[in-house]
Ligand binder design. Structure first.
Ligand code: PLP
Length: 419
């Protein structure tokens, strides 16, 4: 049986996908379908919607900017929203991050970060070409992003396109030293250009959390051996882990940082890659071969930049940090009931992100339980998109305790319903 609509959805197996709600309206943490159903967005529509859908400040900025300037080539031209946004980003991030390169998705921000790192070493006259990454990582679905991501079901068919990287074991609790030793070893044996990490939590790899001291140690080793640290804060940024950026919790300033998702509060696509002055300077030359050869047609789209500026205004003018703390406290309370329940394991939380593993026979992204769980939640008006047997929540910061607790009630009932 073929699929009726011409639309081919991402990360969707159309042969088994059931009900696909048609969403026509959104407000706060809620989605509304054309058939009248209301669905609670417990994963912030793939982790992007931070303050809630259609935040009035952001929507109004988008409308205003649309009346002024919609799009302009960004090579050789600039515009006020991009200039103001870059300025504000430099102000709210560590002073060492001095330059801002725009792109339009988390994946492209990672590609840009990798290209910056390689360009930096080449233009500095050093033959460092090797990239290090963590096992289990996910950095997006472009070629560079897949190359530094875990090799497995997401990218196996595209293997001929991918470049080789060296991998460090994920710093599992109690085995963190093995990761640090592997990093030391790699630095001694290879001409390493950069280490790329998702700071403090591997997202699509299973919501796996590691402590700030490990990130701090990784940064220290990188510095000692002179390689660049790329922090992919695409998921962890914009308050998700409890602080504005995850690196703050480890007092780590990366050499290159990738931000997207919550950059516009989840309204329109935009990403930035920020870097230290030395990286920009290595590309700054009358030798035009040292130009940073990366662009996309919509680089620094003015409407998206205006949305991001409005997002920063929301951060500055509303009690966003308090909302994040409150949400984290709701998770912490609600998770307690799962700690002594043998049907669940690996109960974990970092800031607004919470996860539990359902104790079933199969695990991993393709575990059969994944689609069954998804259908179970959708039938209860909840958008929860488990990673195999890992059920996680990452709701918008405007979610109320009552709404979140209702999701936990549904999670608690899973083992009986699926039995
Ligand atoms: N990096 C990380 C850590 C991510 O979690 C994601 C997406 O989930 C990406 C990169 C890719 O971002 P995008 O889907 O916007 O390309």
């Amino acid at each position: 049986m073929s699929h009726a609509s011409p639309v081919w959805h991402p990360f969707t197996q159309h042969a088994v996908q059931g009900d696909t709600p048609t969403i026509v309206h959104s407000e706060g943490a809620w989605l509304q379908a054309d058939d009248g159903r209301r669905i609670f967005d417990a994963i912030s529509s793939w982790w992007v919607v931070t303050h809630g859908h259609r935040h009035p400040t952001i929507i109004s900025a988008i409308k205003q900017q649309s009346d002024q300037l919609d799009q302009i080539i960004f090579a050789g031209f600039t515009h006020p929203p991009a200039e103001q946004l870059a300025q504000r980003l430099v102000e709210i991030t560590p002073p060492e991050l001095t330059h801002v390169f725009f792109s339009d998705s988390g994946s492209t921000s990672v590609e840009v970060g990798l290209k910056m790192a390689l360009g930096y070493w080449l233009h500095s006259g050093e033959s460092r070409r090797r990239i290090l990454a963590l096992e289990g990582a996910y950095h997006g679905d472009t070629i560079g992003g897949m190359s530094v991501g875990e090799r497995g079901v997401f990218n196996a068919p595209y293997d001929p396109l991918l470049f080789d990287v060296s991998r460090l074991p994920f710093p599992r609790a109690g085995a963190e030293q093995a990761t640090l030793d592997a990093l030391e070893q790699a630095c001694r044996n290879e001409a390493v250009a950069a280490l790329i990490v998702e700071p403090l939590v591997l997202g699509a790899g299973g919501m796996l959390i590691y402590p700030p001291w490990v990130l701090a140690e990784m940064a220290r080793i990188c510095k000692a051996h002179g390689l660049l640290l790329i922090a992919d804060e695409v998921m962890t940024g914009w308050g998700r882990t409890g602080t504005l950026f995850a690196c703050e919790q480890a007092n780590v300033v990366p050499d290159i940082a990738c931000y997207s998702k919550g950059l516009t509060g989840g309204s329109v696509p935009l990403a930035v890659t920020m870097c230290r002055r030395e990286i920009f300077d290595a590309h700054f030359s009358t030798d035009r071969r040292k130009t940073f050869f990366h662009s996309s047609s919509y680089t620094a789209n003015p409407i998206a930049c205006a949305a991001a500026l409005a997002n920063l205004q929301v951060w500055a003018s509303e009690p966003v940090r308090q909302r994040i703390d409150d949400l984290a406290a709701v998770h912490a309370r609600a998770l307690n009931r799962f700690r002594d329940d043998a049907r669940f394991s690996n109960v974990r939380q970092i800031g607004t992100i919470a996860a539990v593993d359902l104790q079933v026979g199969d695990s991993g992204y393709l575990a059969d339980v994944g689609p069954r769980l998804y259908a179970y939640f959708i039938n209860r008006g909840l958008l929860v998109r488990p990673l195999g047997n890992t059920i996680y929540l990452m709701p918008p910061y405007c979610s109320t305790a009552v709404e979140i607790e209702a999701v936990y009630e549904a999670i608690a009932a899973v083992p009986e319903v699926l039995a």
